[in-house]
Design a protein. Structure first.
Length: 363
């Protein structure tokens, strides 16, 4: 059975808090706790996990409340959220921006803070801003740019050139950066690079194209290997302030465990996604290594088998790519990084994690 790490997001009602929660709420190894600021008292809705009422904002009551919270829920990681997330993710609690109540109690409880270092960032000068990620060994795991159209409704993902990646690696080495950070690259001949602020909007935009840097930061602090798959679909647009990934797929290969059914519940967007696919005449092929006949579990969760054009049950450990056809335009949705990587490599199909189900619906 998968061991879950309890992750606490403070300031869960802020823009950054909501982005962090959306990035982690479907991860099977995470039990998410969201704690709003005392000033607003509005929690962040999530698919699963625990939503708490705000603590006292200062003094001994705040310290006791935070200590009790961390102990009661056995919190392993804390993500303090703010309106801007500048700089680099670090651990354990030597962080000025951590909640005042958290610093005395975190070391004793062996929780670690995933938090920004405000002093690391400089002002944005209007040049292209690349979002980057450096792992605990100093390796540059990700460097990419998301451009917004003049009208503001279309996003385009651009992979970094060798020149930009070299500049990012040099800057990371000079500043000893770890985790998520952002770099402004001068467009003139100087090619000067500068460290700038990471915003919640930037984190959300890059997650659309496969770079979930909040989850990467959490894995990196657990000393797990981290990497990012290339974005095979590089365009998205906003409709009614909601992002949608653009593509012409006519078939969806959809995983069951921890994708359609997550934390013992149907994915909060799962049925809407299936209904949307039916409305737009998109074929959905369920593909799973489930422990029993998938139809039995679908019945247990009241999911009609008629939503699927095909149910593929893999019982002998064969790769999922082996049962996918090559003549159709398709995408693959699966929680497993290894499964997505294998399908992308063998079938050259775009692959997505289940947190992007809402963005993969048609309008």
């Amino acid at each position: 059975m998968m061991v879950q790490n309890t992750v606490l997001i403070t300031g869960a009602d802020t823009a950054a808090g909501r982005v962090f929660a959306q990035a982690l709420e479907y991860e099977k190894s995470v039990h998410l706790i969201t704690l709003p600021d005392a000033a607003t008292g509005i929690g962040a809705p999530t698919h699963s996990g625990t939503r708490l009422s705000p603590l006292a904002s200062h003094g001994s009551d705040a310290m006791k409340g935070m200590s009790d919270l961390l102990s009661r829920h056995e919190v392993k990681f804390i993500i303090p959220a703010g309106e801007v997330w500048p700089g680099v993710l670090v651990g354990p609690v030597q962080v000025a921006s951590a909640p005042a109540a958290a610093a005395p109690v975190v070391p004793a409880l062996k929780a670690r803070v995933v938090a920004p270092v405000p002093a690391a960032a400089e002002g944005d000068n209007g040049d292209p801003t690349y979002l980057c990620f450096t792992d605990r060994q100093g390796g540059l795991v990700y460097c990419g740019l998301v451009e917004r159209s003049p009208c503001g409704t279309r996003l385009s993902h651009v992979s970094a050139t060798t020149k930009v990646r070299d500049a990012a690696a040099a800057l990371a080495g000079q500043r000893e950066l770890r985790g998520a950070w952002a770099m402004s690259m001068a467009g003139d001949r100087s090619g000067e690079s500068r460290l700038v602020a990471v915003t919640p909007a930037a984190l959300a935009a890059h997650r659309l194209f496969g770079a979930n840097l909040t989850l990467l930061a959490l894995f990196d602090m657990q000393e797990k290997p981290v990497s990012v798959l290339p974005a095979m679909l590089s365009q998205a647009r906003f409709l009614d302030d909601k992002p949608f990934i653009l593509g012409a797929w006519k078939t969806v290969y959809l995983d069951l465990d921890d994708t359609l059914i997550v934390h013992g519940k149907v994915h909060s967007w799962g049925i809407r996604f299936l209904e949307n696919a039916r409305k737009h005449q998109i074929k959905v092929r369920l593909i799973t290594r489930h422990y029993q006949q998938p139809e039995r579990t679908l019945a247990d969760f009241a999911i009609p088998p008629s939503y699927f054009d095909q149910i593929i049950w893999l019982e002998n450990g064969e790769p999922k790519s082996s049962v996918m056809t090559t003549e159709e335009t398709a995408i693959f949705i699966d929680d497993s990084f290894k499964e997505r990587q294998e399908v992308m490599r063998e079938r050259n199909l775009p692959a997505f994690a289940p947190d992007l189900l809402p963005a993969l619906m048609r309008r």
